[in-house]
Design a protein around this ligand. Structure first.
Ligand code: ATP
Length: 358
């Protein structure tokens, strides 16, 4: 069984808590991304799963087997780090086959699996090239192949793509996903890049300051963030978060955003949430879930980023700033006042005190 169960897992370094009691169940064959900003405790969690760090509290189970005291070498995990740990004096073939040779597999099996993995990762033409003659991109591909060829039931990857260039990263995102589909490993993938997590993972565990914030499918953390941290961290740009106060208008419940005026009426579920709110709320909407319309929130354009297919329009000033994403040819220029209408069904409300979704 290669499900991974973290039970109240915590890690302290002296007086500093890197991970607060975390409960997480990663299913057999699931691709789980641990996502969060630098220092949030992702690698610490991963290192404890691998057996490189000892938990301060809690348990790690693989299936129903408690991993306490089981050394890394006996956990049956494959591990790929940000810095490709490969033997530079060996060829690609020697690197790929290293683990299989060390475990004394028959020569024919070592040969077959090495060639299959080389083919899968498009390394066949480079098999006899020494590793010190490879680019950073290819080195990381070899590092992934060297671990994957062992067909570990659990595959742990810690920021494996952060050193490779952007175009190659896009290629590798697809390849890693295919690799996992082919071998059906349980994959745990540490990243601070929400795009990587969104495109590859079956589920994402979002972390901040050593605390698990939300676990869910990419579409769920995008559509229904549990709090303002997740709302702002997921998406590029993140969700707009504007402070306001629920008000009754003749068209229904809305939010008074102060200098930005009163929003259009809330859809029924958000109106019910607003009714429960005590005091101020955070009015959240995604920049890409908006249209320009007469009844929208009026605000001056401060900047327009034209990024090819889309334009990101920056609006407002001071604390009341937000963004809207439109087609590239949107008629908006700096200084214009435009009216942005958030899609009513996509508006989300949060408690202004706790940041939690209402
Ligand atoms: P990054 O991507 O920057 O590594 P991360 O989310 O993976 O971020 P961790 O490496 O897990 O974060 O670190 C979490 C916190 O624990 C950080 O503040 C880090 O400085 C601290 N930390 C990690 N390892 C140790 C250690 N051995 N001793 C003391 N503090 C540590």
């Amino acid at each position: 069984m290669s499900a991974i169960h973290l039970e109240h897992l915590a890690k302290r370094f002296g007086g500093f808590t890197a991970l607060k009691a975390m409960d997480l169940r990663i299913e057999d064959g699931e691709f789980m991304a641990l996502l969060g900003p630098s220092g949030c405790g992702k690698s610490t969690t991963m290192n404890m799963i691998a057996g490189m760090e000892t938990p301060s509290e809690g348990r790690i189970l693989f299936g129903d087997r408690d991993m306490a005291g089981v050394p890394m070498a006996r956990r049956g995990v494959g591990f790929v780090f940000q810095n490709y740990a490969i033997f530079t004096h060996m060829t690609v073939r020697q690197n790929l086959s290293y683990g299989l040779r060390m475990t004394g597999r028959p020569k024919s099996e070592v040969e077959r699996r090495t060639l299959d993995m080389a083919e899968f990762l498009q390394l066949t033409p480079l098999l006899d090239r020494r590793a010190d003659r490879l680019s950073v991109n290819i080195l990381q591909r070899v590092a992934i192949g060297r671990s994957a060829v062992m067909e570990p039931a659990i595959f742990l990857l810690d920021e494996p793509l952060s050193n490779v260039d952007a175009a190659f990263r896009a290629v590798m995102r697809t390849e890693l996903k295919q690799l996992q589909r082919q071998f059906r490993q349980t994959m745990v993938y540490v990243t601070h890049d929400q795009l990587e997590a969104m495109t590859m993972a079956d589920r994402i565990a979002v972390m901040d300051h050593g605390v698990l914030q939300q676990v869910g499918r990419p579409i769920d953390v995008y559509n229904d963030p549990a709090n303002t941290f997740v709302a702002a961290f997921i998406g590029s740009p993140g969700m707009n978060l504007l402070r306001g106060r629920p008000v009754r208008t003749d068209r229904g419940l809305a939010v008074d955003l102060g200098v930005l005026g009163v929003t259009p009426p809330l859809a029924a579920p958000q109106a019910r949430a607003a009714e429960q709110a005590r005091g101020e709320v955070i009015y959240g909407f995604r920049p890409e879930q908006t249209t320009l319309a007469r009844e929208g929130i009026a605000s001056p354009v401060s900047f327009v980023e034209r990024i090819g297919a889309r334009s990101i329009v920056h609006l407002g000033d001071g604390p009341a700033v937000f963004k809207a994403v439109f087609e590239n040819d949107v008629p908006a220029a700096v200084g214009d006042v435009v009216r942005v209408l958030p899609h009513a069904d996509a508006v989300r409300l949060f408690d202004a005190q706790t940041g939690k979704a209402l």
